[in-house]
Design a protein around this ligand. Structure first.
Ligand code: PEP
Length: 326
C-alpha cells in the first residue's frame, strides 16, 4: 500500500515537472494533484518544501527569465468578522478561478486577522488562494499570553507570515533585532516570512532612507543566513511608512531606487545569483489605477496591499495589473 502511494506520488511529480517546463501547469496544478489524488496533507513539510521550490521558478515573469514568481499579498489588518472574511475570501477566490490563465503567473496570498484563519483554512485548502498570518511570536510555545506561534499558523493552513509591519513596529515597539529573531522563528516553523522594511517621512526628509533600510535588512539577513535559508524562503516588502494607508504614492523612481538598493544589499550578503531569486514586493497605497506602473519596475516582484485588498474587485484589478497577467 505504502509503495503504491509513493509510486503514485512520484508519477504525479514527474507529470507536474514536465507540464511546468512546457509552461502549461503551475504549482496550483501540483496542489490539486497531490491533494485530490494522493492524500498529501496540505500542512506537511514535503508539500510546503515542494511548493516553495516550485514558486522559485518563473520563466515568464515580465517576459524574462529572472527566477522570481510574482506575489500579491492582501493585508486585511484588524478588519473582518468571520462572515465577512469568508465572504471576501470567497469573492477573491471566485475571481481567481475565473482567471485560470492569470492565476498561473501570480501567486496570491491573503492575511486575514487570526480569528478568521481557521475558518478559511478548510475553505481555501488546495485552492489558488493561500493564507498568511499578520504576525507571529518568536517563541514556539509557553507563557506568552496573547501570542500566536508559527506552528499554530501552520496548523491553520498558513504558508506565509508578515513580519515587522510598520504598524507593529510603531504600536508594539518591535525593533530590528526582534524582527530578525522572528524571521529565524518563521523559517524554523516552516513559514515563509514576508519582512516589511520602510522609512518614516521624517527619515526620508533627512535623507536617511537607505541607511534605515540597510539597518532593518541587516538584522534580518544575519538571522536568515544563520538559519541557512533558501532564496524561496524569504520575501521582502518595501513599504515607505508615509505611503501606508495615506493615499500618498512613492514615485516609481523612489520605489526602484530602494528596491535596487535592497537587491544590491542582498547580493553583497548572499551572492548575486541568490539575490536575484528573492522576491521584493512594494506596499503603500497600491490601488488599481497605480498598480501597473509600480509592477512594471525591474525590481518589483509584486505588491503588499492593505486597504485595497478589502475590496474583492479592487484586489482582483490589482492582480490583473501585474504585467504577466495582462
Ligand atoms: C499595508 O498595510 O501593508 C499597506 C500597504 O496598506 P495600504 O495599501 O492601505 O497603504
Amino acid at each position: 500500500m505504502f509503495s503504491l502511494f509513493i509510486h503514485a506520488w512520484t508519477n504525479s511529480l514527474i507529470l507536474f515537472f514536465i507540464c511546468d517546463l512546457q509552461g502549461n501547469f503551475t504549482d496550483f496544478a501540483l496542489f490539486r494533484l497531490l491533494k485530490a489524488g494522493f492524500l498529501i496533507r496540505m500542512h506537511s513539510l514535503p508539500y510546503m518544501y515542494l511548493a516553495g521550490v516550485v514558486n522559485s521558478f518563473d520563466l515568464n515573469r515580465k517576459g524574462i527569465s529572472m527566477g522570481r514568481r510574482a506575489l500579491i499579498v492582501g493585508n486585511w489588518k484588524m478588519n473582518g468578522l468571520i462572515e465577512i472574511t469568508r465572504g471576501l475570501a470567497g469573492d477573491i477566490l471566485a475571481g481567481l478561478t475565473n482567471r485560470e490563465k492569470k492565476r498561473m503567473m501570480c501567486e496570491v496570498v491573503i492575511c486575514p486577522p487570526f480569528t478568521g484563519l481557521y475558518n478559511l483554512s478548510e475553505f481555501l485548502a488546495g485552492s489558488a488562494l493561500k493564507l498568511g498570518g499578520q504576525n507571529m511570536s518568536e517563541y514556539t510555545a509557553g507563557a506568552h499570553t496573547g501570542e500566536i506561534s508559527g506552528i499554530m499558523l501552520r496548523n491553520v493552513g498558513c504558508w506565509y507570515v508578515l513580519l515587522g509591519h510598520s504598524e507593529r513596529r510603531a504600536d508594539n515597539f518591535e525593533d530590528n533585532d526582534q524582527v530578525g529573531r522572528k524571521t529565524a522563528a518563521a523559517l524554523r516553523d516552516g513559514l515563509v516570512p514576508i519582512v516589511c522594511l520602510g522609512e518614516t517621512l521624517e527619515e526620508r526628509e533627512q535623507s536617511r532612507t537607505l541607511e534605515v533600510i540597510e539597518a532593518q535588512l541587516s538584522a534580518v539577513l544575519s538571522e536568515f543566513s544563520a538559519s541557512k535559508g533558501k532564496s524561496h524562503q524569504l520575501v521582502l516588502a518595501y513599504e515607505p511608512v508615509w505611503a501606508i494607508g495615506t493615499g500618498k504614492n512613492a514615485t516609481p523612481e523612489q520605489v526602484q531606487e530602494v528596491h535596487a538598493f535592497i537587491r544590491k544589499l542582498l547580493a553583497d550578503a548572499l551572492g548575486a545569483e541568490f539575490a536575484d531569486k528573492i522576491r521584493i514586493l512594494y506596499g503603500g497605497s497600491v490601488k488599481p489605477d497605480n498598480a501597473e506602473k509600480l509592477f512594471r519596475l525591474d525590481d518589483v516582484d509584486g505588491g503588499l496591499i492593505g486597504g485595497a485588498s478589502l475590496n474583492a474587485s479592487d484586489f482582483l484589478a490589482i492582480i490583473d495589473a501585474y504585467p504577466n497577467n495582462l
